[in-house]
Structures are given as C-alpha cells and as structure tokens.
Design a protein around this ligand. Structure first.
Ligand code: 13P
Length: 261
C-alpha cells in the first residue's frame, strides 16, 4: 500500500504573521495528538505563500514529527535568468521545500497557465529534486458537456508525456474538480475513485508499471474536511488529500490527518 499524504494548500490566505501562528498551532496540536505514532506513518505537507516559506521550515526543526514537509504553491521552469518575478525550483529547494504544487486550477484560471507551462514546470521541479503535486480537474461546464474524462486524460497526458521519472523521483497527481473547490460540497468518494482510476490508467499508459506503483500517488482535493476525508482515502486509488480552506485552522487540519490514521 502507498504511503498516505495530506497536503495543506494555504493559497494567498495567511500573511507572514498568520502563517507563523498557523505553524505554531499545527505543531501544538501535533504534540498534543493521541495519534502521534500513527500520524508518523503519514506524509504531511504544508504549502504557504512564497513570502512565508522561510518562516515555516521551523516545522522540521521542531522535531515534533519527522514527516511534516514544506511545499511551495508554484515555481518557474527555468533555473536562473531574466525572468522578473519568477521563482526557481532550485531556490525552493534551498529554503527547505520538498514539494511544489503545479497547475492549480486557480493559476490556470486567473493566470492563464497552460498544460504546456505545467509540463515545463514539472520537468524543472523534478530536475531540482522537488516532488511536483500536479493539479488536474474539470470545470462544471466541461462536466455538463460530458467532457470530464476527456479533460482529465488530456491534462494528465500533456503534463506528463515525455517526462521521465527515475527510481528516486516521485510525483503526486491531485484530482480537484474545479467546481467543488471552496464550495463546501465535496463530490462522493466513489466519484473521486472513478476519476482517480482514469488518472491512474493514463499514468500506466505513460510509465512503466513499477514507476506507477512506487513513484506516483494520486490524491483528491475539493472541500475536504475531517468528516469526509476518510471516505476518500478509504478508496483503493485515493492516496491522500489536497486541502484548502480546512487547512487554515490548525485544529481542523490535524483532525483531518488523524481521521485517516
Ligand atoms: P478547498 O479545500 O477549500 O475546497 O480547496 C481545495 C484546493 O483548491 C486545494 O488545492
């Protein structure tokens, strides 16, 4: 069985001070948790904004759990150069990141991020030694037009065709139906399982089976909370969750982690 993972995407919500407080809260509830031993079998990833990244590596230093990692919410595809405003994947590594979220639907929507851009970012992140968390998901309009499978297959194919993953490299694919994000109404777990199976099938088409088995995890995201997280993670192909709103409350976030232990 693959190791489960819970990823907190803080988006552009907490500022520096709020991020520091949130980290303190997460650490406090981790320390207090009665399930600490079981929590250590999970991977927990916290993804603050760029400006808070340097404030958060304290996580690992606190040694509450060794499996709490830092992630960023985006990166650029070049390592260095005249790219004003962009952030190199190597620099994320420098400040302690292990993961990076790529192709989030909010970036696709508000910043016109394309599959081609996501593809280049994946390659650059892997080269820098980061684990990309690649977001895919259909809009409500696409779903209503009967295109949900097609959209997901296309996004996964375009993101990952031509990418090679060696034994040490890992990737995460997050299925996040766009219309569910922030709605407070998650899709049913069977639906998440169905879509995750489609994603998994595409990765089987693209990569050797041992890479799919050992190096790729598929998670669900969209209105996940401590009440529904287990129903998702109990599904065969759902290896964890990408959490937005509910990750902004330290206690709720730890409850989400505890719920799947
Ligand atoms: P919510 O959990 O707030 O629906 O957000 C999901 C998300 O976009 C995580 O990346």
């Amino acid at each position: 069985m693959k190791r489960k993972i819970i990823i907190a995407n803080w988006k552009m919500r907490p500022n520096l001070r709020e991020s520091q407080n949130l980290v303190k809260g997460v650490l406090k509830y981790l320390k207090k948790s009665k399930k600490k031993k079981k929590l250590s079998k999970l991977d927990i990833v916290v993804c603050p904004s760029f400006t808070s990244l340097s404030a958060v590596p304290q996580m690992s230093k606190f040694k509450v759990l060794r499996n709490v990692f830092l992630g960023a919410q985006d990166c650029f595809w070049e390592e260095k150069g005249e790219f004003t405003g962009e952030i190199s994947p190597a620099w994320l590594k420098e400040v302690g990141c292990k993961y990076v979220i790529l192709g989030h639907s909010e970036r696709r929507r508000y910043l016109s991020e394309t599959d081609e851009m996501v593809h280049k970012k994946i390659k650059a992140s892997l080269n820098a030694g980061l684990i990309p968390i690649i977001c895919v998901g259909e809009t409500l309009d696409q779903r209503r037009r009967g295109l949900k499978e097609y959209v997901i297959l296309e996004q996964v194919s375009q993101a990952l065709s031509g990418v090679s993953i060696d034994k040490k490299q890992k990737i995460i694919i997050a299925y996040e139906p766009v219309w569910v994000i922030g709605s407070g109404h998650a899709i049913g777990p069977e639906e998440a399982e169905y879509m995750n199976k489609i994603i998994l099938q595409r990765t089987i088409d693209l990569f050797p089976l041992d890479v799919v088995k050992n190096n790729i995890r598929v998670v669900y995201g969209g209105s996940v909370d401590h009440d529904n997280v287990k129903s998702f993670v109990d599904q065969d192909t759902v290896d964890g969750a990408l959490v937005g709103g509910a990750s902004l409350k330290a206690k709720e976030f730890i409850k989400i982690c505890e719920a799947i232990c």
